[in-house]
Design a protein around this ligand. Sequence first.
Ligand code: PMP
Length: 289
Amino acid sequence: MIYLNGEWMPIDQARIPVLDRGFIFGDGVYEVIPSYSGHPFRLREHLVRLQSSLDGVRIVNPYGLDRWEELVREIVAKNPWEDQGVYLQVTRGVAPRDHAFPKDAKPTVFMMSNPLVTPPQSQREKGVAVVTVADNRWLRCDIKSVSLLANCLLRQAAVDEGAVESVLLRDGMLTEGSASNIFVVRDGVIVTPPKTNFILPGITYDVVIELARANGLPLEIRQVSEAEVRSADELWMTSSTKEVLPISTLDGKPVGHGDNAGKPGPLAARMNQLYQDYKRTVMRAPVKA
Ligand code: PMP
């Protein structure tokens, strides 16, 4: 079952007018919220990020936080899968085609849920290949916009090389992945770029930082140069669906040094464990009605 503008229906019955600005301009924002055994993960945080994306594109939030929470829990309850990926999007609505905002369009709200697909065990154990690509996106990457053409092109550049993700570099500095945040390990220290307009403030990024701090793992949040990425001891990507996924090769070269080269490192394994344990504590909490 999907949700469209106040109604529940099977997805094949859902229809959007062709003049929806989401279709015409990519004029909208979205969220992806994983749900484990009926528990939407970090729901409040996702909805707070939705609000800041809406503020960033000047769409008035059609619902309050409590209504959104209800809707997300409802869609999870209406769908059969144990673990789900809830997708929601809000566009500026339907209006005659004109770049300037329509005066009275009503935002379109769409939500669907799918079985949650996380990386297979083999990828978690062996790590995955990534390539570096120049980050040619706009300068408001902190907005989770449905205008994802640049991200699609950047991801395809990775797929074309037989890799699973592209690591983006802007002016000699690491930004993030095409659909993930990137963590670097150097000399036992976990390093990741700060939240700026150049990256999406990942929910998983926040969890990883919290877990590092809570467990006394050395952490630096600062700009990371391309050279530091290329000579890292470990590289990981994080996202709601990838979780904490180690990177084994960068542009075809093994990540890391010595015996560990091309293999996930010890801090990746540690953080993976902490993340999985944390998820389990969330799943043990009682499901709210
Ligand atoms: N950066 C980008 C560009 C993304 O698309 C995503 C995933 N939506 C992330 C980072 C990771 O965010 P999260 O941990 O909230 O999934």
